[in-house]
Design a protein around this ligand. Structure first.
Ligand code: ADP
Ligand code: MG
Length: 351
C-alpha cells in the first residue's frame, strides 16, 4: 500500500521510536483525555478525582519462558507490572481486565493456575477483576492486562515535573530481577545440554523471587500520603534504571547527575553479578524488571526520605543543557545511555 514510501524495519526504530512514530502529532478530541501517550498511565476525567488507565502485554517466548516460569507466578507478575504503572502516577489501582490468547497446548487446569496467581495479586493489592477477553492462539500464550485506578487531581504525579536541583530518589534495590533471570537461563541451558542434571538454583531465593514474583510499591505510595510528600515527577522501573532516568529527564526537559556509588544493590545481587563476570553497576543500571519507583523531590523535602532504608538518593536534577550523566567515584562523568530490554532487539537475537 505504501510502496512509494519505502519500508522501514522495526529494529531501525526500536520500541520507543516505533511508539513515537505511530502516535506523534495526534491531538485528543475529548476534554476528559487529560494525559495520553507518554506516561506510565493515561489520565482521564474532568473533576477533582481522575481515572488512570494502563495496559501491558506479555508474550510467551518474548517476556516469559514457560520452561521455568511457574504458571501461578506468571499470573501474579502479569498483574503486578500493571499495578506498578498506576502507582507510578501516585494513584490507587481498583479494577483490572484480563485478556488471554491460548493454544491447545494448555489445559484448563493450567489456565486456572494462571488465574490463581492473578487472584492472589488481586487480594494483596485490593483490586477487582471486572472483565477481559478470551481467544485461541496459534503461537503460544499471550496475556494482556489493563488496570484502572484513581488519583485526586492534586496528588497526580507525572513524568514531566522534575526541575533543576530536585533530588533523584529510587525505592528498594536494583538489578536483582536481572540476576535472577541470568541464573534461570543458565540452569535451563545446563538442563538442555544434559537432562539428567537437575537445576542448581542454590540458596538464591531473593533474586529468583525478584524475577519470578515481583511486587509493586504500594507501600511507597501509602508512605507519600502519610508523610504528605508529593514527588515532583515519578516513573516505575520496568526497562532498567538508566532508561527510566532518561525518560524522566526528557519528559521534564532537564538533565541529571546519577552517582554510581549510590545505586542500591543487594549483596546477593552483587555476588551473583561477580559470579557471572558481570559488572554489578551495569546490572543495576540496565537490568530491568525491578518494578521500583524512581522519583524526584524538592530539596526542602529531603528529611522525609533521608534515613529510610527503603529509599535512596542517587543523584540530582540539573539544567537540560548540562546533559544526563553517570558520575563515577573518581568524579568522572559518563553520558547516561540506555541499554534496557528492547523487546524487538531481544527477539531479533533469539532469531
Ligand atoms: P511502561 O513501560 O510504563 O508500561 P511503555 O514503555 O510500554 O510504558 O509505553 C510508553 C508509553 O507509550 C505509554 O504511555 C503507553 O501507553 C504508550 N504506548 C505503548 N505502546 C503503544 C501503542 N502500540 N499505541 C499507542 N500507545 C502506546
Ligand atoms: Mg511504567
Amino acid at each position: 500500500m505504501n510502496e512509494e514510501k519505502g519500508r522501514t524495519e522495526l529494529e531501525d526504530l526500536g520500541e520507543f521510536g516505533l511508539i513515537k512514530r505511530l502516535t506523534d502529532g495526534r491531538k485528543n478530541v475529548n476534554e476528559s483525555s487529560v494525559l495520553g501517550v507518554g506516561d506510565d498511565a493515561a489520565v482521564i476525567g474532568t473533576g477533582k478525582k481522575l481515572s488512570l488507565l494502563t495496559t501491558d502485554l506479555l508474550v510467551e517466548g518474548v517476556h516469559f519462558d514457560m520452561s521455568y516460569v511457574p504458571l501461578k507466578h506468571l499470573g501474579y507478575k502479569a498483574l503486578v507490572v500493571n499495578l506498578s504503572d498506576i502507582y507510578a502516577m501516585n494513584g490507587t489501582p481498583e479494577q483490572i481486565t484480563v485478556s488471554i490468547a491460548v493454544s491447545n497446548r494448555f489445559s484448563v487446569e493450567a489456565l486456572e493456575e494462571i488465574y490463581s496467581g492473578i487472584y492472589l495479586a488481586c487480594e494483596k493489592y485490593k483490586v477487582d477483576l471486572v472483565g477481559g477477553d478470551t481467544s485461541s492462539s496459534t503461537s503460544g500464550l499471550m496475556i494482556s492486562i489493563s488496570a484502572l485506578g484513581t488519583v485526586d487531581k492534586k496528588d497526580l504525579v507525572r513524568r514531566s515535573g522534575a526541575k533543576e536541583h530536585d533530588l533523584l530518589v529510587v525505592s528498594g534495590d536494583l538489578g536483582a530481577a536481572y540476576m535472577g533471570l541470568q541464573l534461570l537461563e543458565r540452569e535451563k541451558a545446563v538442563f538442555l545440554e544434559d537432562q539428567n542434571i537437575q537445576p542448581d538454583l542454590g540458596s538464591n531465593d531473593y533474586i529468583l523471587e525478584r524475577q519470578l514474583k515481583p511486587e509493586a510499591r504500594k507501600d511507597i505510595i501509602e508512605r507519600f500520603k502519610a508523610q504528605e510528600l508529593l514527588p515532583t515527577s515519578m516513573i516505575d522501573i520496568s526497562d532498567g534504571l538508566a532508561s527510566e532516568v532518561i525518560h524522566l529527564c526528557k519528559s521534564s526537559n532537564v538533565g541529571c547527575h546519577v552517582y554510581d556509588e549510590k545505586l542500591p544493590i543487594d549483596p546477593s545481587t552483587y555476588q551473583m553479578a561477580v559470579d557471572f563476570n558481570m559488572d554489578p553497576t551495569t546490572c543495576a543500571l540496565n537490568g530491568g524488571e525491578d518494578y521500583e519507583l524512581l522519583f524526584t523531590i524538592d530539596q526542602k523535602d529531603i528529611d522525609k526520605v533521608k534515613g529510610d532504608p527503603n529509599l535512596t538518593i542517587i543523584g540530582h536534577i540539573t539544567n537540560k543543557e548540562k546533559g544526563m550523566y553517570l558520575i563515577d567515584k573518581h568524579d568522572g562523568a559518563h553520558t547516561l545511555t540506555a541499554q534496557g530490554w528492547d523487546q524487538f532487539l531481544k527477539k531479533e537475537l533469539q532469531g
